[in-house]
Design a protein around this ligand. Sequence first.
Ligand code: SAM
Length: 392
Amino acid sequence: MPIVSKCSGLDERAALYPAQLLAHFDDSFIVSFDLFEEYVARLTLALFRSTGLEAACRHETTASEALAKAGLSPDVALVPVSWMLALLASRKWIEVTISANGDRRYRAAAPMPALDADEILQRQQAHDPRCLPSFAIAALAATHYPAVLREQVSGEQALFGPEGILPWVKYFSNDNPIYAVSNKVGAIAAARALPAGEAAILEIGGGLGSGADTLLNELESGAPAARVSSYHFTEISPLFLSRAQRNLSARHPHCRFQFSALDIDHPFAVAPASYSLVYGVNVLHVARDLAATLGELRKALREDGMLVMAECVRPFPDAPLHLELVFNLLGSFRDAVLVPGWRPNGGFLTPEQWTAALIANGFTDVRIFPDIAAIRDAYPSFIVAAIVARRA
Ligand SMILES: C[S@@+](CC[C@H](N)C(=O)[O-])C[C@H]1O[C@@H](n2cnc3c(N)ncnc32)[C@H](O)[C@@H]1O
């Protein structure tokens, strides 16, 4: 996310970002974000070698052919290897040709650059060490890539085993600016979307509670204020849920909380038509069957209730996002029910796909905040947004 626009070569942030968001995309944040992208790209380069893909790409090859040559599992490796090749090609470190039927063939022709990921870590340490938890999660994923791609261990076991707990606690935190920005964008979008008056909120995939904390702070400080009458916080992981309950109850002692386990891939055990806002930060994209989950969210909402989901939005179809280095290891991210038109892949979607998905599943007045479609030519790395829609 260089500060200057790819269209004009000038700093166009003030023209393209809503004023409320500008402060959160300041120069310092953008330096950290750029360093994170560079770090992930360098880790990917190293993995390209260590997994045998570089040797497999000596001659022009598809992702499926390359992973077979490298002895990786076709079931697990197709999505991560396709992503790795697309990312390296986007950096022009390998060549890509796209045939008339859309097949991509890759070749590692020129000698690959020798780029040290740790050098970037040191630069981030000097620039803003608060962002290092994002780098640690990328490093954790990279460590496990060879074993996961050979199906010796699942991505879930690799990332969420005992050694993963502390890195995730530090990552999903408002002390980590690279993660906190999603909470902030979601909270500002929700505060704008809610009418003044009583608000009954249901949060899905609330994790350790950093998103709820930011949302409650935003609503408490806003004017005209939506007054939170109840906050139903849900999460699939019992460990995260109990930590969130402890933290949120201490930080917001006057809030009427309810805490419960909820898996967005199953029917929700919540009272129908009882919430004015359904909210989530970086969770809805993992829904295995997005139509079914949107159906449950819609059912939970009162008439005219609002859905606000902070998400990483893919700027263009097939554009590889750096964060996918981590999440492509997870079966829940790769194995979604696909729907032509709006669910072409598991994980992150484009603005057009989100809009079509919501309209197809009983929502209206869909907006993306900020408007990624208007920003993406100038700032293609700008991917943090909130999907906002009203129950139709
Ligand atoms: C990006 S994190 C959200 C973090 C949260 N905003 C916080 O502050 O900690 C996504 C959350 O979704 C949860 N999750 C993943 N799959 C889920 C599912 N099927 N149902 C509900 N939650 C899920 C994860 O456990 C994780 O806590």
